[in-house]
Design a protein around this ligand. Sequence first.
Ligand code: GSH
Length: 231
Amino acid sequence: MRALLFTTGSPFARGVRIVLDELGLDYEKREEITTPSAAQRAEATPTLQVPTFWDGDLTLWESGTIAEYLLSAYPHRPEARPPLAPSAFRPEAEWQDKLTFSTIQTFGNAATIISQMKWTGVAVGDNAHLQRAAEKLAHILQWLESQLDDTGNGFQPGVVSIQDIFLAAHVRFVQARPLGVDLRLDRYEKVSALLERLDARESFKKNPIWWWEPGVVGYRPDGTPIFEGDA
Ligand SMILES: N[C@@H](CCC(=O)N[C@@H](CS)C(=O)NCC(=O)O)C(=O)O
């Protein structure tokens, strides 16, 4: 039995859902539209963060660990062009790939802190730490752009990597929300080309970014949010 606990809007969970679809794996979707109490969440993970993944007797949290596990535990790669990477980190570039991935996850953490603070009443312009988080996003994007060889490949040439998938999930999350952050993606030609290619991939289209803000209680089949009190 495989199951994933996630909130609808989480970019970390979107990355994991895309990896699951890339691998062609069925799983039970334990989807939460809003965050439950700490006590309820603690039943699934001590970090109180989603996603959490169950595979038989194994329980995993931390999206990067889940993605790394999936690539290693499920070696079959369904037909796709380019194919999903055989592993999270290439043996011949292990430290480079690990550094790229952890930097991408730091991007995601900075982005979700800006988002969570916004919904609890503090915007980027009101808080020095959030301004710093927004500056971090720009510096990380600039560095990631320098790590890509050309506009035709991702972080692991010839395949779609978890580095590619999670960067796309985090960047599109920032762009889809009114966070007061303009990533100015046009300045990053290689990153932009990568994200556009991924947007067109089946696994990305199957897991679109759904809008969320306080008051949203559900979605119509096309992803339009339903607000509390809507007919
Ligand atoms: N490092 C974690 C970050 C996950 C994360 O920040 N999840 C957010 C949703 S996008 C969350 O659960 N936030 C609730 C909280 O931080 O209490 C991972 O990679 O899974």
